[in-house]
Design a protein around this ligand. Structure first.
Ligand code: IPM
Ligand code: MG
Length: 371
């Protein structure tokens, strides 16, 4: 009897539907060829949900997200919804999912595929073999801190406020995740903040240091200011194994790290919540790091690889299907080695293909794979 695995697919806006469609094809193939038993529900999020329901995420969709084993999200947002107030914008749907599912740990691996080494704007000898992981805190900090808002001032001007705030509990639980993951990699964690100017950064450094000393003495812990980290990422990115950082710095540094690998179109992510003490199960959502890319949306040009690699992360973290995850990664590697490229990773002499043809090629590579 194949096991049933439930998956909520939220394609969202812009290129979201195009790239998640390629994952849907891989899911269907896994059900057919490997009896994976995925049960997929598709719903709306972001601008697509605003257009249909007037809100960026309905309560019904939120309830489904709580019930399923994992969520896969494409992208949200676009110029059409830019003038809406924050609480009703497409991004609010994504932030609600992260917050209500309690997805405090966001894992963003930046790995260089060797066939793409020439796509990176950095010199090949700087990025060759690069394999780092950013662990970004995802449910706290300035994204959610109160007070926030824009108010009128008596002088006729206005005042915009956001609050950067972290508690020791929030810092420790994401640091714990970073240490655990580092143990399965290079055992090195670089914790990134601005303890030189921010109290929240100072607390961050103190708590991470204390936690490491209490229960993670096997991990080599270092600290770096966020501005220096931004610079070190282009100067010598291979010095890093795991970078642990807050919500806002993680947002910035992960976009930067993605370019080291050649394209934002290659970078997957996984967001994990707390493990259920009884079952060990963690609420989880998987998304490509790239956004909705409205400039190329609907033109069958986007790179579906970040989303496919996000699905591979799902197979590994949520379903314990490591062999299947390896297959997807190997299929991607094979297609890239064969010179197939979407426009974002195109270089001289390669074959430029559409989103759907990239999907076809990866499916064909999967079908031909032994085992
Ligand atoms: C990301 C995105 C989101 C973020 C936006 C779409 C709200 O940039 O996942 O990195 O800022 O977290
Ligand atoms: Mg971002």
């Amino acid at each position: 009897m194949p096991q049933s695995r439930t998956l909520l697919l939220l394609a969202g806006d812009g290129i979201g539907p195009e790239v998640t469609r390629q994952v849907r094809r891989v899911v269907d193939w896994m059900n057919r060829a490997r009896g994976a038993g995925f049960d997929v529900v598709e719903e709306l999020v972001g601008g697509a949900a605003i257009d249909r329901h007037g809100v960026p995420l309905t309560d019904e969709t939120m309830a489904i997200a709580h019930q399923v084993d994992a969520v896969l999200l494409g992208a949200v947002g676009g110029p059409r919804w830019d003038d809406i107030e924050f609480a009703r914008r497409p991004e609010a749907g994504l932030l609600r999912l992260r917050k209500e599912l309690g997805l405090f740990a966001n894992l963003r691996p930046a790995k260089v595929f060797s066939p793409l080494i020439d796509t990176s704007p950095l010199k090949p000898d700087v990025v060759e073999g690069l394999d780092l992981l950013i662990v970004r805190e995802l449910t706290g900090g300035v994204y959610f801190g109160e007070p926030r808002g824009i108010t009128e001032l008596p002088d006729g001007g206005r005042r915009g406020v956001n609050t950067q705030v972290y508690t020791s509990h929030e810092i420790r639980r994401v640091a714990e995740t970073a240490f655990d993951i580092a143990r399965r990699r290079g055992r090195r964690v670089c914790s990134v903040e601005k303890a030189n100017v921010m109290e929240s950064g100072r607390l961050w450094r103190e708590e991470v240091t204390a936690l490491a000393a209490e229960s993670h003495t096997d991990i080599e812990l270092s600290h770096m200011y966020a501005d220096n980290c931004a610079m070190q990422l282009v100067r010598n990115p291979r010095q890093f194994d795991v970078i642990l950082t807050d919500n806002l710095f993680g947002d910035l540094l992960s976009d930067e790290a993605s370019m080291l690998t050649g394209s934002l179109g290659m970078l997957p992510s996984a967001s994990l919540g707390p493990a259920d003490p009884a079952t060990g199960r963690r609420p989880a959502m998987y998304e490509p790091v790239h956004g909705s890319a409205p400039d190329i949306a609907g033109r069958d040009m986007a790179n579906p690889i970040a989303t496919l690699l996000s699905f591979a992360m799902m197979l590994r973290f949520s379903f314990d299907l490591g062999a299947e995850a390896d297959m997807i990664e190997a299929a991607v590697e094979k297609v890239l080695s064969g010179g197939i490229r979407t426009q974002d990773i195109m270089t001289d002499g390669m074959a430029r293909v559409s989103t759907s043809v990239m999907g076809d090629s990866i499916l064909r590579a999967l079908e031909r794979m032994p085992g």
